[in-house]
Design a protein around this ligand. Structure first.
Ligand code: C2O
Ligand code: CU
Length: 487
């Protein structure tokens, strides 16, 4: 029988006990956790010249003997994984051969605003046949990803995304560093795409994929060194689905959240909505045994990957998950912070009414407007404003005017019965408190607002126009999106 997670947690020590027994206060765990060491300064940096050829490509997503599907990708590989070192510079040339405009948004990376990849807000849209050069030196190490920011449900839904790993956060090497990028496909049996947006989905929890996949393919079994320290970078890059990740069969600790090092705590389970990431350090079991990464949010637990321990067992060392340096992120000055509140709600006018106006026979043709890539219906709003509802062809006013360098505490309130992972571009914020889900105080770029939940985040504002939205792609397409102007 595989070992039980609760059993493992018992052996994890004082921090583990505090976590399991802790109430809903976020502060308990944060104070109990040991501090991470500061990162040594980085010196020098390499330049990476990348070519992102956004185009349609045939790929077999339903298995090697299945039908072909027409994916949209940045390269010949699905989910390209780009690795750089902290201090390196990326020069990525996007060339667009798709039939519609696109861009590259570097999710979670604290980029200069002009490199943030939001058409109409931070750059002109990159039309078919055009190109755009992104140049950025990511200031923080960690696990990030990139994706377009227009017709996102359609473009990301067809495969447009990739993983960016910025190395330089580890104090000591690991025995394996593996990627678990979760994303469903919305495919019919013949390999053709099903509509990425539906009135039922867009107005409620989102439209789910039909084929569940990890790293683009069916979940697989991987070999790992027995007794080794395995770093798993787990990303939810799905358009819609919330997963709740746990590990069966091995000791595991969360070491980073959204790429940001955190004082390690035992992974019981971690609820991850679209765009959320965690890095987990796992101690691989003895030769011949295995551990599994499992989604417990599904009706039935669903295995994302099986990891078989191979080779001679490594010498028995205690499991010490504090392998990362401190994230070294700017911290908000809470005593002098300005407070702002944001309510995430349904759009005014009933959802049923809006759904009824939607022509059901040809949804994609009807809803994909040109210009601002707006849909002609809004189901959602932030502080009662819906992103570009109706036939609007100009940018709406910002949701807030902020001062660069000033600290802010945002109160986020979910007035709906649905999950909304809220993402702020260009910043890494600290999650201070949450009314429902028990999480340690941590840095993030996306935070899951559970139904009816209230969360406080804090950050120091950086100059620019920064998108602020739910990361369920249909929710952002249908109104739950806006931007902040920081000057
Ligand atoms: Cu992944 Cu606007 O973000
Ligand atoms: Cu949402």
């Amino acid at each position: 029988m595989p070992c039980d997670r609760r059993q493992i947690l018992k052996g994890f020590g004082a921090v583990a006990l505090a976590t399991v027994a802790g109430g809903s206060s976020l502060r308990t765990r944060a104070t109990a956790a040991p501090a991470l060491q500061p990162r040594p300064p980085v010196s020098g940096g390499q330049i990476h010249d990348w070519h992102f050829a956004a185009a349609e490509r045939p790929m077999r997503l339903l298995g090697p003997h299945g039908p072909e599907s027409t994916v949209w990708t940045y390269s010949d590989t699905l989910f390209p994984v780009k690795r750089i070192r902290l201090g390196d510079t990326i020069r990525a040339r996007l060339e667009n051969s798709l039939g519609e405009h696109t861009a590259v948004h570097w999710h979670g990376v604290r980029v200069p605003n002009a490199m943030d990849g939001v058409p109409f807000l931070t750059q002109p849209p990159v039309m078919k046949g055009e190109s755009f050069l992104y140049e950025l030196t990511p200031p923080d190490p960690g696990t990030f990803f990139f994706h377009p920011h227009c017709n996102e449900s359609g473009q990301a839904g067809r495969g447009m995304s990739g993983v960016l790993i910025v190395e330089g956060d580890q104090r000591r090497p690991v025995d394996a560093d593996l990627l678990v990028a979760y994303k469903d496909w919305r495919l019919a049996e013949d390999g053709s795409w099903l509509p990425f947006e539906t009135p039922e989905g867009a107005s409620r929890a989102g439209t789910y994929g039909t084929v569940r996949a990890v790293n683009g393919v069916a979940p697989a079994t991987h070999a790992v060194p027995a007794g080794g320290d395995i770093r798993l970078r787990i990303l939810n890059v799905d358009s819609t689905r919330v997963i709740e990740v746990g590990i069966e069969g091995a000791e595991a600790a969360v070491i980073a959240i959204d790429g940001n090092a955190t004082s390690p705590f035992p992974l019981e389970t971690w609820r991850m909505a679209p765009a959320m990431r965690i890095d987990v350090l796992v101690r691989a079991p003895a030769p011949g045994k295995n551990f599994k990464v499992i989604d417990y949010f599904s009706a039935e637990p669903w295995t994302l990957g099986t990891y078989e321990a191979k080779g001679p067992a490594r010498s028995k060392r205690p499991f010490e998950p504090a392998i990362l340096y401190d994230a070294g992120l700017p911290r908000a000055d809470l005593r002098n912070a300005e407070r702002m509140s944001f309510s995430f709600s349904a759009a005014s006018g009933s959802v049923a009414e809006a759904a009824a106006q939607w022509a059901p026979d040809d949804p994609l043709a009807k809803i994909l407007l040109d210009g601002l890539c707006v849909r002609d219906t809004s189901f959602w709003a932030i502080n009662k404003a819906s992103w570009a509802s109706g036939q609007q062809r100009q940018l709406p006013p910002p949701l807030g005017l902020l001062k660069a360098g000033q600290s802010y505490v945002f109160e986020l309130m979910n007035a709906t019965p649905h999950h909304h992972p809220i993402h702020l571009h260009g910043h890494t914020f600290e999650v201070l408190s949450a009314s429902r889900l028990n999480r340690p105080r941590h840095f993030a770029d996306t935070v899951l607002l559970q139904p009816k939940e209230r969360i406080e985040i804090a950050f120091v504002a950086a100059p620019g126009n920064w998108m602020f939205h739910c990361h369920v792609l249909e929710h952002l397409e249908y109104g739950m999106m806006g931007y902040l102007r920081v000057a």
